[in-house]
Design a protein around this ligand. Structure first.
Ligand SMILES: *Cc1c(COP(=O)(O)O)cnc(C)c1O
Length: 415
């Protein structure tokens, strides 16, 4: 009603959330695989990307796999998750973080989010051990490229003898106290999915310092063949190995990681400056201890500047109001002008598929009702961020002019 007052011309070329950016070497290494007929799940590109990633991350072994989800699945198996085991999981993350828990028959117990980095709340995690002292597995993600509170999470895990699996799919290249994410878990993973900071179009890696784990992951990922003249199988196998062609793309991308991070950071800073004076803030991080990669820039609207806004399972509606806005209005307005934003990853405890799984908030309350309003405490942190936040166009091919226009369009939503 009010945003329509200001007219912008739609972007001729769509401005995206996050898309692949190629540089040239990708084709060179793919072609190299082609010319040598190494169009397979073995080859130089695979060996080389495993070596380069292990070196960059600072872990002993990186195992190249078909996807980040495959890496997570093998990580769950290496950790020893079995049917019926409860597993403490990040709540506000992409479902791939914890779907593999369910592949193994485990039961995700969702841990609420903290406000400082939008990641797993160590205090809620401690609370979860009070409620479920038998649990031995924790899966944590670093949301949108921002490291979580790694020392605090580790301290809680150690106190209870639990293993951490770190999902660094969105944070490859980010550091916490000078160490790369992906190294804080007992097992880590990264992803080369098409929207990630570096991509192979697909691909993932399992990260570990334990040679036995690395060997197991390699074996399982190639159908668990035993060392025998025929196909001999003593364990269940998977077809999870990375292709040498995909590895060629990643090999070409790896030298551009720092350049991509610098561009993502500049986008975040430009939004931050551009939103001065608006009742919003950017997704937060611990600037003292961590260097995020700013994979996605996000904003969250101050409570007082939220117009009336409700979401059902499939759609949403809102009441426009002067001086106020909401994610549905902003995302709809961006879409109208041919720009792609996205809601915050909807927390897992709000997902119908996980409606019967436990959910633990910092006060030990948690799931009482499916809409996660907690008597006397209002809404849980994850639901609140989902309600007021959104992901902004963060594509590194977006120009400064385009971004300035995005900022103006969003500013107009608050007119
Ligand atoms: C992208 C992503 C994954 C999955 O990676 P794929 O390579 O697409 O399987 C896992 N966890 C998080 C948090 C992600 O963003």
């Amino acid at each position: 009603m009010f945003t329509q007052d200001k007219k912008f011309t739609p972007f001729a070329d769509k401005v995206w959330l996050a898309t692949p950016t190629m540089h040239g070497d990708e084709l060179k290494w793919m072609t190299d695989a082609y010319n040598k007929n190494w169009m397979s799940t073995v080859g130089e590109n695979i060996n080389e990307v495993e070596r380069l990633v292990a070196k960059k991350i600072g872990c002993k072994y990186a195992v190249a796999l078909a996807t980040g989800t495959a890496a997570l699945h093998l990580a769950m198996k290496l950790a020893g998750i079995k049917r019926g085991d409860k597993v403490f999981c990040s709540d506000m993350t992409f479902a791939a973080t914890l779907n593999p828990v369910v592949y193994e028959g485990g039961v995700p117990v969702f841990i609420d989010t903290e406000r400082d980095t939008w990641n797993t709340d160590p205090k809620a995690l401690e609370k979860a051990f009070e409620l479920y002292p038998e649990v031995r597995y924790i899966v944590v993600a670093n949301l949108y490229g921002t490291p979580g509170k790694m020392d605090e999470l580790r301290a809680v895990a150690d106190r209870h003898g639990a293993v951490i699996i770190e999902d660094a799919a969105e944070s490859y290249g980010a550091t916490y106290k000078g160490k790369q994410t992906g190294t804080f878990g007992d097992i880590g993973i990264i992803s080369f999915n098409g929207n990630k900071i570096i991509t192979g179009s697909a691909g993932g890696m399992l990260l570990t310092d334990d040679i036995n784990q690395a060997n197991k992951a390699r074996k399982w990922s190639t159908q668990s063949r035993e060392n025998a003249p025929w196909y001999q199988h003593e364990e269940l196998g998977y077809n999870y190995r990375m292709s040498n062609v995909i590895a060629g793309v990643i090999r070409g991308q790896l030298p551009y990681l720092e350049e991509h991070i610098a561009k993502k950071k500049a986008i975040y800073e430009r939004y931050k400056a551009g939103f001065k004076g608006l009742p919003v803030s950017m997704n937060p991080y611990d600037g003292k201890n961590s260097e995020p990669i700013f994979w996605l820039s996000c904003m969250i609207i101050d409570e007082r500047a939220m117009c009336k806004h409700v979401r059902g399972d499939r759609d949403a509606c809102y009441v426009p109001e002067h001086g106020k806005s909401c994610p549905t209005e902003i995302l709809g307005t961006l879409a109208k002008y041919n720009a792609e934003g996205r809601p915050i990853w909807k927390p897992m405890h709000l997902q119908p598929i996980f409606r019967n799984n436990p959910f633990v908030t910092v006060d030990g309350n948690g799931r009482g009702t499916t809409n996660a309003y907690i008597a006397g405490c209002g809404i849980d942190v994850g639901a609140d961020i989902f309600n007021r936040g959104l992901c902004l166009p963060s594509d590194i091919k977006m120009t400064a002019d385009e971004q300035d226009k995005i900022i103006e369009i969003i500013r107009a939503c608050f007119d």
